[in-house]
Design a protein around this ligand. Structure first.
Ligand code: 5GP
Ligand code: ZN
Length: 112
């Protein structure tokens, strides 16, 4: 399987790492949409949110445990947004589950 984010997690493709633990890898988006734009991914490959189930959902909890830690390290003291795009209608481009952490300015109210 040739997955871009698996290759980034394994260090085969370079990234600007901002956080890592046993379960989670976080790195700067190559095309930032806000002053802070971090991608947070589980180290185990899941294609998208639609694949989350009772057997594998612990990785999502690990991601959401990491988010406040990353947000604090990035200086996001006034709030932030977490986004997951899933599938065609969600405009997901990379088929490895990931959450966008966006902040550093007032974000648009509308998302759709
Ligand atoms: P999606 O549209 O799938 O939710 O988001 C994929 C994100 O991955 C996009 O925001 C895009 O800029 C980012 N991205 C795509 N390729 C790379 C890459 O090679 N390195 C990094 N750091 N981000 C990438
Ligand atoms: Zn992957």
């Amino acid at each position: 399987m040739d997955c871009l984010f698996c290759n980034i997690i394994e260090g085969k493709i370079p990234s600007q790492k901002v956080y890592e633990n046993e379960f989670v890898y976080a790195f700067r988006d190559i095309n930032p949409m806000a002053p802070v734009h971090v991608l947070i991914v589980p180290k185990t490959h899941l294609a998208c949110a639609d694949e989350i189930n009772a057997d594998n959902s612990a990785c999502v909890a690990k991601i959401f445990e990491a988010i406040p830690v990353i947000a604090k390290a990035e200086g996001l003291t006034n709030g932030y947004r977490v986004i997951n795009n899933c599938g065609e209608d969600g405009c997901q481009t990379i088929k490895h589950l990931h959450f966008h952490l966006l902040g550093g300015r007032k974000l648009p109210e509308t998302m759709a």
